[in-house]
Design a protein around this ligand. Structure first.
Ligand SMILES: Nc1nc2c(c(=O)[nH]1)N[C@H]1C(S)=C(S)[C@@H](COP(=O)(O)O)O[C@H]1N2
Ligand SMILES: [Mo]
Length: 575
């Protein structure tokens, strides 16, 4: 006899809270500014503001040096032999409409991708080359050093960005920034795929794919000519010079695909499925490379725009925005209109995101959430060895503070009971000793926090498959709800919802041991979830009860978990 649905409601459901549909700054993490970005070289940190005087010094010494160089007979002969353009026949000229439109779309998407990407970076404002995120080992940061005298969570570390720069600028708004980033990524990838197809089905690819080795001496020659401020002949309508060719080739065919690959490789479901590759090009290497590719894009955009301006603004804009070859004003007019639209969209992005955060979350789910969900199909199989265990494992989240929890902790969780109920044939309560006598599974796996840090640890506990066998979920049960002893950052009980399929993965366990010791209170004692194809926020710590349900929309604000409700995350987050 199945129980009536209403009878099976868990009493803890009443302690889940509603959430605002907008970012209410008085209920949000208070602002905290970081420091100017700096890079560690050896043991010393260099402020990146130094790049400004260094760049100026380069121009001040480089320009006369290049002019001097051109006076040398050998260099003059070199430039005469390699004037800039590679001499291979070309079968087209001009810029067709599809290319011009794709250029504008690309430009638009790129700015929002970059803004949202910086916002994501600001949630863990450090970059590492090693897999572990041990404080002090990062090579880049725009946050102070991690204080050594207190517990410092990843959330403590997140910094604010100006609202005109990040989307939406507010500290720890990564949930919203990710919807922007991934939705624009999808459109950008589609635009790029169409661009590839069009390039190669027309003859336009010849513009940006080098076809002779002389592209290198031609590029060098062009660079010397530009730096000497005596520019080479402009032939952009027909073909690009060596420097343009290489810059466009690298951007379109190397940087863009590498950005997509290094983005995806930061995801638990993907990294944990790639075996050796995922362990070698691990999350932190991928994240660092992703950032360096961003640096390339910013450098490219800066140089590209500068060159468009200094090598003949009107004809250049006519080429790319109006599709005509000449000195008239039409290109400039279309360009100005595009910039006005961009400026309006730029100004609206942050206020819209803050005021309609739930709509941004819903739009993101609609655009890309379902696609990301496909990554759950893979069994996350990657495991590490003992020597990979991270010396430092960032803590995160809001610690439990209730009397109930403190009393249990004081007795070493002797009185602890895990309640498992809801849509199950056999509701159960398990003490910690009960759980410890069940089959024990150990696994050394990597944890992927949404904020950007990762860490490897050895977890020991009961496979969820075993719990499922004992409680026997009814056919109607589709999700498992994990209730925590702790509250979330904004009050109300922390909880999270997982699909039943995820609970049956080989590596899904209720862990009571970490690195050979009982899990500490900091990391989730007495019991925390490990579900290795999802991001960290879904690994509920301090579990008090598990409820099997058919639907989660009546829980909390209905989004499938505390951070889903309050921070606008997606409830399926394998990427
Ligand atoms: N109850 C509860 N569980 C939680 C959180 C929380 O705030 N409350 N934070 C989550 C997040 S964002 C992460 S990254 C991991 C961090 O686990 P750790 O502290 O062991 O590193 O716990 C997750 N589980
Ligand atoms: Mo996290």
């Amino acid at each position: 006899m199945g129980k009536a649905m209403n009878d099976s409601f868990d009493p803890l459901e009443a302690q889940l809270t509603h959430a605002d549909d907008r970012v209410n700054l008085s209920h949000w993490l208070p602002p905290q500014w970081g420091v100017t970005p700096r890079v560690r070289i050896g043991g010393r940190w260099f402020n990146l503001l130094w790049l400004i005087p260094l760049g100026l010094a380069f121009l001040i010494t480089g320009i006369p040096a290049a002019q001097e160089l051109r006076g040398l007979p050998a260099v003059a002969r070199f430039i005469a032999r390699y004037p800039g353009q590679a001499t291979v026949p070309i079968e087209y000229s001009g810029f067709p409409a599809w290319l011009r439109w794709q250029h504008v779309f690309n430009l638009f998407l790129m700015f929002f991708i970059i803004r949202a990407g910086l916002q994501i970076l600001a949630d863990h404002p450090r970059l590492y080359w090693n897999r572990d995120c041990t404080p002090g080992t990062e090579w880049f940061r725009f946050q102070h050093e991690v204080p050594g005298d207190r517990i410092w969570t990843a959330k403590d570390d997140a910094v604010t960005l100006p609202g005109w720069l990040g989307i939406p600028g507010v500290r720890h708004s990564i949930g919203l920034a990710r919807w922007w980033h991934f939705s624009c990524d999808l459109l950008w990838t589609l635009n790029g795929l169409i661009f590839y197809v069009m390039l190669f089905t027309t003859h336009q690819w010849q513009r940006i794919v080098p076809r002779t080795w002389t592209v290198f001496p031609n590029a060098l020659s062009t660079a010397i000519q530009y730096l000497s401020l005596r520019f080479p002949a402009e032939e952009s309508w027909v073909r690009y010079n060596g420097l343009q060719l290489l810059a466009y080739f690298v951007t379109v065919f190397i940087a863009a695909p590498a950005a997509i690959a290094t983005g995806l490789m930061q995801a638990p479901a993907i990294s944990n499925k790639l075996g050796w590759l995922g362990r070698t090009l691990h999350r932190q290497a991928a994240r660092s490379l992703h950032f360096l590719i961003l640096c390339w894009f910013i450098f490219f955009i800066f140089m590209h725009v500068t060159m468009v301006f200094v090598t003949g603004l009107a004809p250049n804009l006519n080429h790319m925005f109006a599709g005509v070859n000449g000195g008239g004003p039409e290109g400039l007019i279309i360009f100005a209109l595009a910039m006005i639209v961009l400026a309006i969209a730029w100004a609206l992005a942050t206020p819209l995101t803050l005021n309609h955060a739930r709509a941004v979350q819903k739009t993101g789910e609609f655009m890309i959430g379902w696609l990301k969900g496909f990554a759950e199909w893979w069994d996350p199989s990657s495991q590490y060895s003992e020597s990979d265990i991270s010396p430092h494992f960032w803590p995160n989240g809001t610690m439990p503070a209730s009397d109930e929890f403190n009393a249990l902790a004081a007795r070493g969780f002797a009185g602890y009971k895990l309640r498992v109920d809801g849509l199950v044939e056999n509701p159960c309560e398990f003490s910690l000793d009960d759980l410890k006598t069940m089959p024990r599974q150990e696994q050394i796996t990597c944890h992927f926090c949404i904020q950007g840090w990762s860490g490897v640890a050895k977890w020991g506990g009961v496979p969820m498959r075993h719990i499922i066998e004992l409680v026997k979920p009814l056919a109607a049960a589709r999700y498992a709800v994990f209730y925590s002893f702790a509250e979330g950052a904004d009050g109300g009980r922390y909880y999270d919802v997982h699909k039943l399929e995820n609970m049956r993965h080989q590596l899904t366990i209720l862990a009571y041991a970490m690195n050979g010791h009982p899990v500490s209170v900091l990391h989730g004692a007495p019991l925390r979830l490990r579900c290795e194809n999802e991001l960290g926020f879904k690994q509920v710590k301090w579990i008090t009860a598990i409820e099997f349900v058919a639907d989660f929309t009546r829980l909390g604000a209905g989004q499938g978990g505390y951070n889903e409700d309050h921070e606008f995350y997606g409830y399926r987050m394998p990427i």
